[in-house]
Design a protein. Structure first.
Lengths: 285, 171
């Protein structure tokens, strides 16, 4: 019995403490270094931020280069699939275009009306939105993580929390900014929580990602009834995003409300980042 | 010339596990099957466990540590967490290697499951409790199961590859 215990201890010691022929560090030392790195990450030690940003930039670019051949293969597969789908979509698009122009005029009217009303209640924001177009470097589609790396960082004025759009639709927010790259957490990620407003009822809720291609609504008022195809917009109540960015529409599934996104999050090549800049006020000039 | 060519070829063959490891971490490759959302494999675990168990000289611990850092950056995880996962898995594999007298694929396979369960539990607790991030327990368990099921297939493939490599070296 004693021998067995000794064997166990010797095997553990040999596995974690002994250095191999070509090894410079034992496993135990490297685990300690990893724990030290993890604690630096936990306490957000600022002097290391520049080093961290540079390392991340370098690794993102390397990852992008290594991914290039595979991206081109998957893109060509997608293109072939898109060609097959094109004819089917053509018919439906023709029908929707007819309605769109009417809706567009209506929106223009509402926008103008909204601006006037804001002036009246003197709540016009002193911030204006500026759009920055950026290319997607790395696109992660793992069930554990839904995020994208884009090719612009704080050298272009990107900041944490900014809204990321695909066309007119919200698809995520910036969660990490480096010099030359940034990471955007997609709205489908488990860690994504966005304050939203559902129209036409005006109900407010928090939209949480599920790791799948839909989101769910948390903190929806009790007995709040929604209908299929109600539109979900950002509410802007967190003070980070502008209000009124469309996200998706409501679908009732097994007595629960789901938000189906307007954008296909698996097919994003270019995105827009909504930069917030203060208006140049000429009042004193 | 022949000798230079041969030595270059053997260096290339010997560095294949490192190349595969870094390819996997740089691309974040997990072979998620698009139609079935919860199916994903962790190839890094398979590669690490197999090579530490069978050919520990082909993967240095320093490289495993560095690959963990790259993995964290690519996947957007807190830096250091994958290094801990990979190194603990390497430690467990090394422990099994020290204990095993007569290695067999079945025994390795049976040892692989508790090993990835331990590693993923540590991963889950660090992410959930220390960093308070959300992580789907269901996805993680499914990942464990599919990685476990995939192990013998990849072990056989790597064994075939290693046999061919040995034959080439003997020629």
């Amino acid at each position: 019995m004693e021998t067995n215990r000794d064997d166990f201890v010797i095997a553990i010691r040999s596995a974690f403490l002994r250095k191999g022929a070509k090894q410079k560090f034992s496993l135990f030392v490297l685990i300690l270094i990893s724990v030290a790195l993890l604690s630096l990450e936990f306490f957000h030690i600022k002097p290391l931020n520049t080093f961290r940003a540079l390392t991340k930039d370098f690794i993102y670019r390397s990852s992008f280069i290594i991914n290039l051949p595979f991206q081109s293969i998957s893109k060509s597969i997608e293109e072939v699939q898109n060609h097959f789908e094109m004819y089917r979509e053509y018919g439906t698009l023709k029908k929707t275009i007819k309605n769109t122009s009417a809706i567009e005029n209506e929106i223009k009217f509402y926008k103008a009306e909204n601006r006037e009303l804001k002036k009246i209640i003197e709540e016009e924001s002193n911030l204006i939105d500026e759009i920055l177009v950026s290319k997607v470097l790395i696109d992660k589609k793992s069930p554990f993580l839904k995020s994208i790396i884009i090719n612009k960082g704080f050298n272009f004025g990107i900041e944490k929390g900014m809204a990321v759009l695909d066309g007119f639709y919200m698809i995520g927010r910036i969660t990490e900014v480096n010099y030359l790259s940034s990471r955007a957490l997609l709205i489908s990620d488990l860690n994504s929580k966005i304050p939203v407003m559902i129209e036409p009822s005006g109900a407010k809720a928090i939209m949480s990602g599920t790791g799948k291609n839909y989101a769910i609504l948390d903190f929806l008022p009790k007995n709040q009834k929604l209908e299929n195809d109600n539109i979900v917009y950002t509410s802007g109540s967190d003070g980070i995003f502008s209000a009124g960015i469309p996200i998706g529409k409501i679908k009732l599934f097994e007595k629960k409300y789901r938000v189906e996104f307007f954008s296909d999050l698996s097919q994003i090549n270019f995105i827009k980042v909504k930069l917030k800049k203060e208006k140049n006020s000429n009042v004193f000039n | 010339m022949f000798l230079i060519k041969k030595s270059f070829y053997s260096i290339f063959l010997n560095s294949i596990p490192i190349v595969i490891l870094f390819f996997l971490v740089f691309t974040g490759f997990d072979l998620s099957i698009a139609t079935v959302e919860f199916v994903s494999f962790n190839f890094v675990y398979i590669i690490l466990f197999f090579y530490i168990l069978k050919k520990p000289e082909s993967l240095g611990y320093g490289l495993i540590f560095f690959s963990g850092i790259v993995n964290d950056i690519v996947l957007g995880l807190p830096i250091g967490i994958s290094s801990i996962d990979f190194l603990i898995l390497s430690g467990i594999a090394s422990y099994f290697r020290n204990l095993t007298l007569r290695p067999s694929l079945l025994l390795d396979w049976m040892a692989f499951f508790p090993s990835i369960l331990i590693v993923n539990s540590i991963h889950y607790y660090i992410i959930k409790i220390i960093f308070e991030m959300d992580l789907s327990y269901f996805f993680l368990i499914m990942n464990c199961v599919f990685t476990f099921l995939a192990y013998p297939i990849f072990a056989i493939l790597i064994n075939i590859f290693n046999l061919k490599k040995l034959r080439n070296q003997n020629v």
